[in-house]
Design a protein around this ligand. Structure first.
Ligand SMILES: Cc1cc2nc3c(=O)[nH]c(=O)nc-3n(C[C@H](O)[C@H](O)[C@H](O)COP(=O)(O)O)c2cc1C
Length: 186
């Protein structure tokens, strides 16, 4: 087992170790307008119903679009879209139409009015399930009401943010530890 030498670490930087869930693109629609934002701060809150907590900064154009429309789509991009993902996260839908600017295809959803991003590996249509934490924490609790996932590859090469402009790209997968799980914990 590894033995680590440790040093004090800035508490405000610990997110670098916790963050690497996949970076997602959140698409929304409100009053005839569509938009996309990049998001790293999301967490699973429940699996049935499927609830996801998402931090959306008040200054983002997406904030009011999602708060008012009460809907959005969480899209999972793969590494081939990485440059677009960064550019989408460094521009605002207040100034540009991100679908046309970044050459992405809006596809109608089945349960929400927000568009799916066709080029993404997976698309989760979401409805705002709880708005009570928005004012205090900018935390949107979303329920996934419909999911569309590519049939292959089984393991997409997703992108994971490490802070400071650095990313990790998902790679090695193993089921070596599967036998250590109790079936109900899988
Ligand atoms: C890698 C990355 C991760 C980001 N994660 C978040 C996030 O979790 N929450 C958030 O509010 N903004 C996040 N942002 C910033 C938004 O994507 C950015 O402010 C975006 O331009 C907002 O677009 P909008 O004004 O069109 O809504 C992230 C940006 C990048 C590049």
């Amino acid at each position: 087992m590894p033995k680590y030498t440790k040093k004090d670490f800035d508490t405000h930087k610990v997110r670098r170790f916790l963050e690497p869930g996949p970076i997602v693109l959140v698409s929304s629609a409100h009053k005839g307008e569509t938009n996309i934002m990049t998001m790293g701060w999301h967490m699973i809150m429940e699996f049935e119903p499927s609830l996801i907590g998402c931090y959306i900064w008040t200054e983002n154009h997406s904030f009011e679009m999602i708060r008012r429309s009460k809907q959005c789509v969480i899209n999972i991009p793969t590494v081939d879209l990485a440059a677009k993902v960064v550019k989408i996260g460094n521009s605002s839908g207040r100034e540009i139409d991100k679908f046309s600017e970044f050459g992405l295809t809006p596809k109608p959803g089945t349960h929400v009015r927000a568009p799916l991003i066709d080029e993404c590996y997976a698309n989760f249509e979401c409805r705002l399930a709880d708005s009570s934490l928005i004012r205090k924490y900018s935390l949107f609790v979303l329920e996934v009401v419909k999911a569309h996932v590519a049939t292959s590859p089984k393991y997409p090469r997703t992108i994971h943010y490490r802070g400071d402009g650095e990313f990790m790209i998902s790679g090695t997968n193993t089921s070596r530890y599967r036998k250590l799980f109790r079936p109900q914990m899988l």
